[in-house]
Design a protein around this ligand. Structure first.
Ligand code: PMP
Length: 361
C-alpha cells in the first residue's frame, strides 16, 4: 500500500488557511444575529403547506428547471420576458456559481470592504484573486477608489450589496451607475435586503447588458427554505446555468416558496412591521450615551460602542445573541450588528443593553 497523504498534502493551501464560516449555537437564545424574519407564517398558510408536504412526490427528483416556481417569481417580481432567472440554494450558491464560471487565470472578483464575507470566501474557494475596495469611514462608497481599482484590475465580476451588509446603508445610486458604466465585466447588485429598502436596480436591467440582479427569500421569512435568484440577460444566464447543479432546488422549497409567493401581502406586512421596529430601535440606540448608530435600510442595525466584545458577551449571558463585528475589519472596530426582532425581543434587547451599559460605564 502506498503512503497515504495527509490533508495538508492534498488540500489547497488557501483552504487550509481558512477558518470555516462560524454559525454560533443559538438554542434557547433570543436570536438577533442572522437577519432572519422573526415572524412565523400565519397558521392557515402553514396548514396549506402541510397539505403540500403530504402529497409531495419526494421519491422523485424535483423539477430541475423549477419552471412553475420561476413563473410565479416572474409574475410576483414583475420580471419582463426578455430577462432570465437562475435559481440557487440560497443566494450564497449563486455567488458560487458565478465565481466558478468566471474562474479563469487572471480573473479578479471585486467588492467593497466591509461587505458580505461570502464574496471574499467564495473567491477563495474558486481560486480567484479577490480585491476589496475600502468604503469611506462613514461606510459610503469611495467612487474614485472604485474607479481606480476597476481600471487597474479589470475585474471579471463586481459584487455590490444594496443595502450593504454589515453596514445596512444604501450606496449612492449615481455612484453605482458610474461603476456599472465603467466596468467591462459583470456587475452583480445583491439586493438581499430589498424588502426593507426603498430602492432597487431592477429597472436598470434593461439598460446595461452586464448588470445582474440577485435577490433572496431568506430575509423575508423563508430562510429555512434556501432560495435565491439571479435576474439578467439570457446570454449571461445561459452560461451560468451550465454550472448550476441540476437538482439544486429541492421539491419542498419549490412547492412552499411558490405557495408563499401567492400570499405576498403576508410577507410585505411582516417587512413593514420590521421596518417600523427598526425605526424604534434606531431611535432607542440613538438616545444611549456612548453609542453611535448607523442609518439602516435593512432588517438589522449597525452600532458602535466603547467595548464591543464585552457588551456582546454580556448580552450572550442574558441569552441574547447578536453579531460582534469587532476585529473583522478596521472600519468596524467596536461595532455590533443587531437584527430587528419582534417587538418583545427588541424590548428585551433594549432593556438588557441599557442595564449592561449602566454597569460597564
Ligand atoms: N447577500 C447578502 C448581502 C447577505 O447578507 C446574505 C446573507 N447574510 C446573502 C447574500 C446570502 O443569503 P442566502 O444565501 O440566505 O440567500
Amino acid at each position: 500500500m502506498p503512503n497515504t497523504h495527509t490533508p495538508e498534502q492534498i488540500i489547497r493551501a488557501e483552504i487550509l488557511a481558512l477558518s470555516a464560516y462560524h454559525v454560533p449555537p443559538a438554542a434557547g437564545m433570543i436570536k438577533l444575529d442572522a437577519m432572519e424574519n422573526p415572524y412565523p407564517l400565519p397558521s392557515a398558510l402553514r396548514d396549506e403547506i402541510a397539505q403540500l408536504a403530504l402529497h409531495a412526490p419526494v421519491n422523485r427528483y424535483p423539477d430541475a428547471s423549477a419552471a412553475s416556481l420561476k413563473e410565479t417569481l416572474r409574475q410576483t417580481l414583475g420580471i419582463s420576458d426578455n430577462l432570465d432567472i437562475l435559481l440557487g440554494n440560497g443566494s450564497d450558491e449563486i455567488i458560487q456559481i458565478i465565481a466558478m464560471a468566471i474562474a479563469k487565470p487572471g480573473a479578479v472578483l471585486m467588492s467593497v470592504e466591509p461587505a458580505f464575507v461570502m464574496f471574499r470566501m467564495i473567491a477563495t474557494f474558486a481560486n480567484i484573486p479577490y480585491v476589496g475596495v475600502p468604503l469611506k469611514n462613514d461606510f459610503t462608497l469611495d467612487l474614485d477608489a472604485m474607479l481606480a481599482a476597476i481600471a487597474k484590475h479589470q475585474p471579471a465580476v463586481i459584487f455590490l450589496a444594496y443595502p450593504n451588509n454589515p453596514t445596512g446603508n444604501l450606496f449612492n445610486r449615481a455612484a453605482i451607475l458610474s461603476i456599472i458604466q465603467a466596468t467591462p465585466g459583470i456587475i452583480v447588485i445583491d439586493e438581499a435586503y430589498q424588502a426593507f429598502a426603498e430602492d432597487s436596480f431592477i429597472d436598470q436591467l434593461g439598460h446595461y447588458p452586464n448588470l445582474l440582479l440577485m435577490r433572496t427569500l431568506s430575509k423575508s421569512g423563508l430562510a429555512g427554505l434556501r432560495l435565491g435568484l439571479l435576474i439578467g440577460r439570457p446570454e449571461w444566464l445561459k452560461q451560468l446555468e451550465k454550472v448550476r447543479l441540476p437538482y439544486n432546488i429541492g421539491i419542498m422549497t419549490q412547492l412552499i416558496a411558490e405557495k408563499v409567493l401567492h400570499h405576498t401581502p403576508v410577507l410585505s406586512e411582516q417587512a413593514q412591521a420590521i421596518k417600523s421596529e427598526r425605526a424604534k430601535m434606531s431611535a432607542f440606540l440613538g438616545t444611549m450615551r456612548g453609542i453611535t448608530v448607523y442609518p439602516s435600510n435593512a432588517n438589522f442595525i449597525l452600532f458602535r460602542v466603547n467595548a464591543a466584545s464585552q457588551i456582546f458577551q454580556a448580552l450572550k449571558q442574558h441569552n441574547i445573541l447578536i453579531k460582534n463585528l469587532d476585529g473583522t475589519h478596521p472600519l468596524l472596530e467596536n461595532c455590533l450588528r443587531e437584527t430587528v426582532g419582534t417587538p418583545d425581543e427588541n424590548s428585551q434587547f433594549c432593556a438588557t443593553l441599557r442595564t449592561i451599559l449602566s454597569e460597564t460605564v
